[in-house]
Design a protein around this ligand. Structure first.
Ligand code: EPU
Length: 450
């Protein structure tokens, strides 16, 4: 291994996770709400901001474009400011140097959402090559197609995409080939200041998108949602700032819930909300997990006895969210019988299971669509279905983190296993899990840096 000791965590497994942790604003909303601030003519205030890498990347990119960012992810800088509160002032938006943008964008996928706001504010934008988790091809063709429909021109060069708006962008009628989260956000962030009406059909309607719509409405946008995945946006001439508390991270909350189940523990997730987790909660109950919902959070625990094998299919909201899949699969290795998992959102989000098999799990991958309905990936050589046979005892192993959720799943597996695991590449988890090591320690996990 070539990684530094700082990027390795030793996990001594076998102890249940017990206690309380807090989740803050959602990784898949907060950076986008920060980008929305670029559209305003007045400062915006975003609360419940977690200290995660994607937030730092977007803060850096906003600052490069002349946005003043006050407030702290850590300790408050000025009396009266709260930690986890950002004040974003877009009064002096300016062009940024291409090399600086490239250097700051890091491995995040959020920079592509700067397109619409920068085209409105400056008439041009530069988007470097994008990162993000390696869980499939992750193309951005929908994004550029919709931007062209608004009237933007796009030139691909070796270092990235150069966009221009020769005149004010115009509202348009768009149908997405698939309800993509990022492309829906791209349309929202572009249409709000475009001239005229935009009608977006086959839109994604994840809770994080609804929260972004709330942010934009607070700024003065006019957006309505129909029951059939159609979103209508009436462009306005200018937007103000917003004051918003980000919705809590339902994906992180489900990760801790799965960790409680796999380690036979009990974790109170302060901040977890029933409404955005209903589908997860139903599945958790079917597997045999217990939970108690309170006003401020949800307690998740293993009630003792065997867990149940289930058939599970990931889907766009309100289906079972793909980001819930990987952590829950670790718990399914402890269920009695055969579980079937059909991943329909990303073609390669089951690769992480090979390491679980090295630890003692029995998981077989298939190219076919197992379970309910045929999906886009059927007959196309993608190993996107799994049969998990359990229960199996897990043993500690040397693990290399493949992606964000897969990485957290390895931590769960290592915690549930007998013996010690050496988990490499843990820095990737900082992209989306705030202070995860400290939280693990608070829950009684035996983890240490080598
Ligand atoms: N797609 C295309 N072309 C595009 C865009 C998407 O073919 O231009 C395809 C993708 O390849 C994928 C599907 O559409 O197969 C869905 O992708 P989507 O655009 O919905 O994903 P995203 O916006 O890139 C966000 C989250 C993901 C989450 C998905 C699905 C962020 C920063 N990322 O990604 O979160 O899994 O939506 O809900 O919001 C994570 O948190 O670990 C994570 C990967």
């Amino acid at each position: 291994m070539t990684d530094s000791p700082a990027d390795v965590l030793l996990v001594h497994g076998g102890a249940p996770l017990e206690g309380e942790i807090r989740v803050r604003g959602a990784k898949n909303l907060v950076p986008k709400a920060m980008v929305a601030a670029l559209l305003g003519s007045a400062p915006s205030r975003l609360r419940n901001v977690p200290d995660i890498r994607d937030v730092r990347v977007v803060r850096g990119l906003l600052q490069l474009h002349g946005v003043t960012v006050r407030g702290g992810l850590g300790s408050p800088q000025t009396p009266g400011e709260e930690s986890g509160e950002l004040i974003l002032d877009p009064s002096h938006v300016e062009s940024a140097n291409v090399a600086d943008i490239d250097a700051h964008a890091g491995s995040s996928r959020i920079p592509i959402l700067f397109c619409g706001p920068l085209l409105h504010r400056l008439g041009h934008a530069f988007i470097p090559g994008l990162g993000g988790c390696d869980i499939g091809g992750r193309p951005v063709d929908f994004h550029f197609d919709v931007l062209r429909q608004f009237g933007a021109t796009i030139e691909k060069r070796a270092d990235g995409q150069y966009l221009e708006a020769p005149q004010r962008l115009r509202g348009t009628k768009i149908e997405l080939p698939y309800p993509s989260v990022g492309s829906t956000e791209q349309v929202l962030l572009t249409a709000v200041l475009a001239e005229g009406v935009t009608e977006l059909s086959n839109a994604a309607v994840e809770p994080e998108i609804e929260d972004l719509i709330c942010v934009l409405q607070k700024m003065g946008a006019i957006i309505s949602m129909d029951t059939d995945r159609t979103i209508r946006i009436t462009g306005v001439d200018s937007l103000g700032g917003y004051n918003h508390s980000a919705l809590p991270d339902r994906l992180e909350a489900a990760s801790w819930a799965s960790a409680a189940l796999a380690t036979e523990g009990s974790v109170y997730v302060r901040g977890a909300q029933q409404k955005s987790m209903m589908t997860f909660l139903n599945t958790y109950r079917k597997v045999g997990g217990a939970f108690e919902i309170g006003d401020e959070g949800i307690r998740f625990w293993h009630p003792g006895g065997p867990l149940n094998a289930i058939a599970l299919e990931t889907d766009v909201h309100p289906g079972f969210q793909t980001d819930w899949q990987q952590p829950l699969v670790v718990a399914l290795t402890q269920a009695s019988g055969l579980s079937i998992v059909h991943e329909t959102v990303y073609e390669s989000r089951l690769g992480f299971t090979s390491a679980l098999n090295q630890m003692g799990a029995h998981i077989q991958l298939y190219r076919e669509c197992l379970g309910g309905m045929p999906c886009r990936f059927g007959q196309r050589n993608f190993l996107h279905s799994a049969v998990v046979s359990g229960p199996t005892k897990l043993q500690g192993a040397d693990l290399v983190i493949p992606d964000l959720r897969g990485g957290f799943s390895y931590l769960i597996a290592a915690l549930a296993a007998q013996g010690t695991s050496r988990v490499h590449g843990i820095d990737l988890i900082n992209r989306g899990y705030e202070n995860f090591q400290q939280k693990l320690v608070e829950l009684g996990a035996k983890v240490e840096r080598p």
